[in-house]
Design a protein around this ligand. Structure first.
Ligand code: ATP
Ligand code: MG
Length: 385
């Protein structure tokens, strides 16, 4: 991507509306813009970071044997009445009615819908256990939407649901999901912990939360630090299946309620949590796995033909993870923007280096700087993790 074309309106000053670092930096780096309270546009850089999160989550879910589905966001009241949560959910549920006065809500979570799907599509013990997941927009009319995409009213979640014929089978899948979550947060390069939790409105018997550790976390963790809840896994038991008659036929031809688990990850919140954990006075410091782009190739003078041509060549070879800063701006201004956005690697093409046939490779996190021969630059960058 050429930075001269990139829609990333960076800001020099901290916006007054933002309290925490991630919210300030996502606005300043041109990743998000507010549409209404707790409702945001994701601009190209914001959406690319979200996509990085989504890809890791999807891969690990599929690798752990879960099947991907997509349920609607527009959900009829009748299904929610079966579980009793149409009444219980209160004001956090966005409720609407259609032209025929039929009532609906915008899904804040999908236990009811998945349970109705399972009772229709999975009839026999032979099809169990099964785990289904989706990555989808959720709606919650939060009492206090704040901190940008960290606590918004419309956000992206990965939610998975498992169905079993025994508690032992649920325990096994719960462990499988717990391990998948650990791999997900490891791959994202986040510092996190797991702790016992309250099951809240989901109900059920047992649950654990995954927290990214950060100063601005809303929750106090057992070890005294503060945490941002990024994932929550539950053993639900038969809470939904019993009420909603979600049964299977067992080996003796008898009907039994399915035993359930559910597993959520806050996709959009993870992006904010990663920034809470990784930033300095100059801007964002991404873990490489979540950076919207891995590398920025920067000619010191975009009008200099040799610099621009060398930069273009490296940029093209690096492929889709590279930005080219072809803007006609002072080098200091360009580098400030790139550090604000938090690009992990900069390849700087300047007159001094070119004389020796070299470019400068600089790392955002450590500040480490090396002079690399032009024809080795692409390989050098590819090997940076
Ligand atoms: P919280 O306690 O922070 O309100 P929750 O316990 O209600 O979250 P869950 O129902 O467990 O959330 O949802 C699964 C995940 O979705 C959470 O772990 C969190 O990462 C994310 N999430 C929940 N609410 C929001 C929100 N308003 N904005 C962004 N992400 C959210
Ligand atoms: Mg929770």
């Amino acid at each position: 991507m050429r930075m001269s074309r990139l829609v990333a309106p960076t800001l020099r000053e901290d916006p007054a509306e933002a309290e925490v670092a991630s919210h300030k930096l996502m606005l300043r780096a041109g990743m998000i813009r507010k549409v209404a309270a707790g409702v945001y546009n994701l601009l190209p850089l914001g959406f690319r970071a979200i996509t990085k999160v989504t890809q890791i989550v999807r891969e690990e879910m599929l690798n752990s044997g879960a099947q991907e589905v997509l349920m609607p966001t527009l959900l009829p009241k009748e299904i929610w009445e079966e579980s009793g949560r149409w009444g219980e959910y209160g004001k956090e549920l966005f409720r609407i009615s259609d032209r025929h006065e039929h009532e609906f809500c915008l899904g804040p979570t999908h236990e009811e819908i998945i349970t109705s799907l399972a009772r229709d599509a999975v009839k026999s013990y032979q099809k169990l256990p099964v785990t289904l997941f989706q990555i989808q927009t959720k709606f919650r009319d939060e009492i206090r939407p704040r901190f940008g995409v960290m606590r918004s009213r419309e956000f992206i979640m990965k939610d998975a649901y498992s169905f079993h014929t025994s508690e032992a089978s649920l325990d096994e899948e719960y462990k499988n999901m717990r391990a998948a979550y650990s791999r997900i947060f490891d791959r994202m390069g986040l510092n996190y912990c797991i702790q016992d939790a309250d099951s809240g409105l989901m109900g059920g018997k047992f649950s654990e939360e995954f927290h990214v550790i950060a100063d601005s976390g809303e929750e106090e963790l057992a070890n005294g630090k503060r945490g941002i809840e990024v994932g929550h896994i539950f053993k639900l038991g038969t809470k939904y299946s019993a009420k909603m008659n979600c049964v299977y036929i067992d080996e003796e031809n008898k009907e039994q309620p399915m035993i359930m688990g559910c597993y959520g990850i806050g996709i959009s919140r993870i992006v904010a949590a990663a920034i809470e954990q990784g930033h300095d006075k100059d801007g964002i410091i991404w873990p490489t796995a979540l950076a919207p782009f891995k590398v920025a190739v920067v000619p010191v003078d975009s009008k200099d033909k040799e610099q621009l041509e060398t930069a273009e060549k490296i940029y093209r070879e690096l492929g889709s993870e590279a930005l080219l800063d072809d803007r006609d701006l002072r080098i200091g201004v360009k580098l400030k923007d790139i550090d604000l956005i938090g690009i992990p690697v900069k390849v700087i093409v300047g007159p001094k280096g070119l004389k020796e046939g070299k470019v400068e490779v600089k790392l955002r996190k450590s500040g480490e700087l090396s002079m690399v021969p032009i024809n080795e630059a692409v390989n050098h960058v590819r090997n940076i993790r």
